[in-house]
Design a protein around this ligand. Structure first.
Ligand code: TA6
Length: 281
């Protein structure tokens, strides 16, 4: 279990029906409960040693999506200790907000010799949860990066889940040797291992079959690509921090800028966000 000292909780209402829980390791969102329903998946076998990436929630991928010759896969943001920059508090509209930051340090510069500041803003209302990542290049040289919000949605039965908005789009399929294919289905479903990075996706996806909640609307801003992942049987067995029987209970739908690297000049910034809404049934 995560230690209390590592956890920040946003509570919108006195009954705790709408809350968000964040671990300072990676500023990893561990839970988003809305109207009493938990939407996010975290593995029962997740490791909270403040070293390994937490298996589930919304890991932050920066500065590299995927395998990285500089190590580790998906970059260092999700395995770094973030700072709680602004404690959870209600704004004038009644939304609950909190801000986390990560700046370059000797460990990050050893892997990736650039100066940066990441600002991660959480915005919670009764039915919506918005996460915004701002990347500031605080150095003097241009750097390139890819970034992604690696959201694990909780499902009752992943084979009954669907993802809209991908029809006609090209994707790289990791399950088929990184080959390029075109999606021909209006609704993407899962009946085996799925590991696809779709490029140039629409800002909106509807994910159905989410536990308890039913349907979630994902609205992306400045994150033009979408990765869909379920490990299925064999990959589930291969992950020590994921139970063999958990693959039916999750589906990753990940908003990112991963198809082509972003280039950020000195003193320039990038901002990308996703807003999740539990849709009325
Ligand atoms: O987002 C899909 C993916 O890149 C998969 O290939 C799989 O590796 C997944 O991320 C989890 O990666 P992790 O490094 O957290 O085990």
């Amino acid at each position: 279990m995560a230690a209390v000292k590592d956890i920040v909780t946003l509570v919108l209402d006195k009954d705790h029906k709408t809350t968000v829980t964040v671990h300072l390791h990676g500023a990893t969102v561990l839970a988003w409960k809305t109207q009493g329903k938990e939407i996010i998946f975290v593995s029962e076998s997740a490791i909270y040693d403040n070293k390994k990436a937490i298996r589930g929630g919304i890991p932050l991928v920066f500065p590299n999506f995927g395998p990285w010759e500089l190590e580790p896969q998906h970059g260092f943001a999700r395995i770094s200790r973030w700072k709680l920059e602004k404690k959870p508090e209600k704004d004038d509209s009644g939304a609950m907000t909190a801000v986390f930051t990560l700046t370059d340090n000797k460990d990050t510069r050893k892997m990736w010799d650039h100066k940066f500041k990441l600002t991660y803003t959480l915005y919670l209302t009764e039915k919506t949860f918005k996460t915004t990542l701002k990347v500031d290049n605080t150095g003097k040289e241009t750097f390139t990066f890819t970034t992604l919000l690696h959201t694990y949605f909780r499902t009752d039965d992943v084979t009954k889940a669907t993802v809209s908005g991908l029809q006609g789009l090209e994707y790289v399929d990791k399950v088929r040797g990184d080959g390029k294919f075109t999606e021909d289905r209006e609704l993407v479903t899962v009946a085996g291992e799925v590991d696809r990075a779709y490029a140039g996706t629409p800002n909106n996806h509807v994910i159905t079959g989410v536990t308890g909640g039913g349907k979630v609307l994902m609205e992306k801003a400045n994150l033009p690509d979408t990765v869909v992942w379920n490990p299925w049987v064999d990959k589930a067995k291969a992950m020590g921090d994921f139970r063999d029987d958990e693959y039916p209970s999750m589906l990753c739908v990940e908003a990112g800028h991963v198809a082509t690297p972003l280039s950020l000049g000195a003193s320039q910034s990038f901002t990308g966000s996703q807003t999740l809404t539990l849709m009325d049934e």
